[in-house]
Ligand binder design. Structure first.
Ligand code: FAD
Length: 467
């Protein structure tokens, strides 16, 4: 008789409620991870993310082997096929209980419902855990028991829930019997996809090292430095969080410990608020499944007639719009699979307001490149930038990318790193080389739209919705 843990978006042994619960039984414990490459492709997973997940699934197999828990890799193509395969696996290993941590995308929920239905028939118990957020998803509600659709009151309630509840971590299970021998450890061959050089080191302990080093050395200065892409001012833990190598609880507790150890309260507090943003968007996905079906949070914005994407969309994707900060950011994304948060906002607003191209196309393109692609946050960020989402940027407040560049990359260092054509320009000209009839360096494009005109047109189109 066996307890089976099905790992999905939670590739870690520490603070994993499904794993801890499965190991509370006296029955043997096993684990599985199902590869669904066609489904990943349908969900626009990037090669960088696929490679990251595979590397971490392999690392997880080794960690679990030390605890005496064998992990099997099951090959399916799509979620639909995975149910059959999971059933055979459970029958082969005489599984009595299946444990997993919940996921909230619409297809993931459909899959899990189908699994529950099938396993009820087979009389295999299914236990689900709410792991993805600090406060269990659905727990942070208004006084009227309604979901929040604005971040600030959500975060206030989130903080008071934490103060009332003192969430802790789920313990790493004790080793059970003998470790699984190295030759019995299942491995996924690495040659799955072409991907950029991995951005961060592989493994749970590497993730914790990065988190702790950030909190010790840079967390206190987060508030002042987080908006400057040329500075190493943010944690870069998003690939780990997006794929469950770290949990939100671990981040919150580590952040609070750093505050308790005398770190700069405000800087660390601002960073903790980012964990609240993540939880906010996961709750939005949970309460409003339409956002994971390409629908706008604000239904009235679905009437917007977006421009046909065409050549301008290609210019945006490849970093050839003639707006240096946009181009630098897109090239960073294309080459590394990551982009700084400030620039995600700038490039998303440029696409949706200045080029007036549908946010859904930008959302899918980001997903197809990001190593930290995470439906809830990516959708939330895109709908915020496009003014179609919860708490969205008001439609009339459109970032001017050149002003943003002057403010957040004042010396042009970030632009120089990613747009070598402009490397020789001084700190004044680099943000907008064609301004005041300046000569644009050879090989660099002229701006593909007029920033002021396109801003005005976008605002007018949003205003029309009101009439
Ligand atoms: P830090 O600043 O160190 O923050 C710590 C953690 O808090 C992050 O790792 C992340 O998990 C969370 N966080 C920070 N900012 C946000 C935010 N605005 N919304 C939700 N969570 C946040 N984040 C993703 O993880 N995956 C995505 O696919 C994604 N797509 C985005 C698309 C757009 C258009 C925008 C505007 C933002 C997007 N974000 C996404 C949020 C944010 O840009 C990244 O989480 C952040 O840049 C990651 O870098 P970091 O780990 O150094 O963050």
């Amino acid at each position: 008789m066996t307890q089976l843990v099905w790992f999905r978006n939670d590739l870690r042994v520490a603070d994993n409620p499904a794993l801890t619960a499965a190991c509370e039984s006296s029955e043997a414990a096993r684990a599985c991870f199902i590869l669904t490459p066609d489904q990943w492709q349908e969900h626009d997973w990037s090669p960088a993310r696929v490679q990251f997940v595979i590397a971490h699934a392999n690392a997880l197999a080794e960690e679990l082997a030390r605890l005496g828990i064998p992990l099997s890799f099951i090959y399916a193509n799509r979620f639909d096929d995975s149910i059959e395969k999971l059933q055979s696996h459970c029958e082969e290993h005489k599984v009595t209980t299946l444990h997993f941590n919940e996921e909230y995308g619409v297809n993931e929920r459909k899959r899990d419902k189908a699994v529950k239905y099938r396993f009820d028939e087979l009389r295999i118990a299914v236990r689900k855990y709410r792991d993805q957020t600090v406060a269990p998803v659905g727990e942070i509600l208004t006084q009227q028991d309604e979901p929040y659709s604005v971040f600030t009151p959500f975060s206030r309630r989130w903080r008071s829930w934490i103060d009332e509840t003192h969430p802790g971590l789920f313990p790493v299970p004790k080793a059970r019997g003998n470790a699984v021998s190295p030759e019995q450890i299942d491995t996924i061959p690495d040659a799955f996809q072409d991907a950029p050089e991995p951005l961060v080191a592989t493994g749970e302990s590497a993730a914790h090292d990065r988190l702790e080093r950030f909190l010790d050395e840079r967390g206190g200065a987060y508030k002042e430095k987080r908006d400057f892409p040329a500075i190493d001012g943010t944690s870069l833990i998003s690939p780990y969080l997006a794929n469950g190598v770290l949990s939100g609880r671990q981040c919150l507790i580590a952040g609070r410990q750093a505050q308790g150890a005398g770190g700069n309260q405000e800087g660390l507090g601002t960073w903790i608020t980012e964990i609240a943003w993540r939880d906010f968007y996961i709750n939005i996905l949970y309460h409003y499944p339409r956002v994971s079906m390409h629908r706008a949070f604000k239904p009235e914005t679905e009437a917007l007639q977006w421009n046909t994407p065409g050549a301008k969309f290609e210019a945006w994707k490849t970093g050839n719009t003639g707006v240096p900060i946009v181009d630098a950011a897109m090239r960073q994304l294309n080459q590394t699979g990551w982009m700084h948060n400030r620039l995600r906002m700038v490039t998303a607003m440029y696409l949706t307001k200045n080029l007036f191209i549908d946010w859904r196309l930008g959302e899918a393109y980001f997903m197809s490149k990001l190593i930290d692609g995470f439906l809830a946050s990516n959708n939330g960020g895109w709908q915020w930038s496009a003014s179609t989402g919860t708490d969205a940027a008001p439609y009339f407040r459109v970032f001017n990318p050149v002003t943003q560049s002057e403010r957040f990359d004042p010396n042009g260092d970030f632009i120089r790193e990613w747009v070598p054509e402009l490397a020789r320009l001084d700190r004044k000209r680099i943000h907008d080389p064609g301004a005041k009839e300046g000569v644009i360096p050879k090989g660099y494009p002229r701006q593909i739209v007029d920033l002021k005109e396109s801003r005005k047109e976008a605002i007018a189109k949003f205003q029309e919705l009101k009439n």
